[in-house]
Design a protein around this ligand. Structure first.
Ligand SMILES: NC(=O)c1ccc[n+]([C@@H]2O[C@H](COP(=O)([O-])OP(=O)(O)OC[C@H]3O[C@@H](n4cnc5c(N)ncnc54)[C@H](OP(=O)(O)O)[C@@H]3O)[C@@H](O)[C@H]2O)c1
Length: 234
């Protein structure tokens, strides 16, 4: 059985930075995303840091049940066991509360919550109970506060937080570890699609945020960090 780390949304931003640090730590990684070319470009970058680690890509819209089941099938067929699952993929589309539509709700919920649930379910199902599995759910400080123009995004991230807490309760006493991560603003492509003209020049570098997360997750075996909030120093 080959052990791997799965990173949803590993083709850019925070997910790619996490993948880079895992590879540098000798971990085999599979990065997931919807755009095959973006994934290949990310894998080429990751291969520069790899001496022993194996790097794979899978096109998978985590909000699409068929894609997620195909990912599970691939892992089973290749006798791959997930050691770390980073539920990182997400999108932010911001709007005034009077302009929410069904499409906006679907688009924001797809990766931020529905995809987190579908991918987690599939990985839990196919990972043998005797194997240790750590699930790291990347949310946002928008899962801790209610923010102007971010009502749908906050709803999705607060939902993901509720899911994470319930997961932890239900899986207590098993070999599944659940880690919740709440980062503040980062300089990533995330802000290209929100197009709300926000000044992100003072936001955090995703590499710095990834370092805090990976250090906590890969830390001493006998201990677990359960909740991580990461913000800029004032
Ligand atoms: N940037 C910030 O200020 C900030 C702050 C707090 C929290 N966060 C959270 O941090 C996480 C990472 O965001 P980021 O800032 O690194 O943004 P990013 O650079 O835009 O990365 C998002 C990643 O998610 C993937 N993705 C989006 N929808 C997907 C789907 N349905 N299925 C599979 N992959 C999908 C994207 O690839 P494809 O588009 O090719 O699918 C991309 O790889 C997100 O959960 C975000 O909500 C971001």
């Amino acid at each position: 059985m080959k052990k791997i780390s799965i990173i949803s949304g590993g083709s850019s931003g925070l997910g790619l930075a996490i993948a880079e640090l895992l590879v540098k730590n000798g971990k085999n990684v599979i990065i997931l995303g919807r755009d095959g070319e973006k994934l290949s470009k990310a894998a080429r970058r990751l291969s520069m840091f790899s001496e022993t680690a194996h790097i794979s890509t899978l096109v998978c819209n985590i909000g699409n049940e068929k894609d997620v089941k195909n990912t599970g099938k691939f892992l089973k067929e290749h006798k791959i066991v997930t050691e770390y699952l980073f539920n990182n993929a997400g999108r932010g589309l911001f709007n005034p509360v009077t302009e929410s539509t069904a499409k906006l709700v679907d688009d924001v919920f797809e990766a931020n919550i529905k995809g987190m649930i579908l991918l987690t379910t599939e990985i839990l199902k196919i990972t043998p109970e005797k194997e240790e599995l750590t699930i790291v759910n990347i949310m946002s400080t928008s899962a801790l506060y209610g923010r102007d123009q971010e009502s749908i995004y906050c709803a999705a991230k607060w939902g993901a937080r509720g899911y994470t807490e319930a997961l932890r309760t239900e899986l207590k006493g098993t070999k599944r570890n659940i880690i919740a991560v709440y980062p503040g603003g980062m300089k990533t492509d995330f802000w290209k699609i929100t197009s709300d003209g926000r000044d992100i020049s003072g936001f955090m570098d995703p590499g710095d945020v990834a370092e805090k997360i990976v250090n906590a997750v890969l830390g001493p075996d006998k201990l677990i960090v359960t909740d991580i909030t990461i913000n800029r120093k004032k």
